[in-house]
Write a protein that binds this ligand. Structure first.
Ligand code: SF4
Length: 96
């Protein structure tokens, strides 16, 4: 499903969302190097998506994996796409 937001001036803004399949994450941290505003590593050695201070992991009281979709901040879209392309685990999932 396409995530769109229609503003008051009737412009259409596309919202990119992203999640990580932690079952496939190698823990190398490449995603956080490329897009530190979106990805973060935790003490379990795996990486998670975040929205500001909210980290999508059970350790932080939130759902992770496919249930934990984070909205990509404006201007971070290219970095997230690059992270997904470079991810050795092929586990960064972008939802258009
Ligand atoms: S780049 Fe992929 S495999 Fe590497 S830490 Fe990030 S999500 Fe995990």
């Amino acid at each position: 499903m396409l995530n769109i937001y229609i503003c008051q001036q009737y412009c259409i803004i596309y919202i990119m969302k992203v999640w990580i399949d932690q079952d496939l994450c190698t823990g190398d941290g490449l995603c956080e190097e490329i897009a530190p505003d979106v990805f973060v590593g935790l003490d379990d050695g795996l990486f998670y998506v975040k929205e500001g201070d909210k980290i999508f992991s059970e350790e932080n009281g939130n759902v992770g994996g496919a249930e934990g979709l984070a909205i990509v901040p404006k201007g971070q879209e290219e970095a997230v796409v690059e992270s997904a392309e470079e991810c050795p685990g092929e586990c960064i999932m972008i939802e258009p």
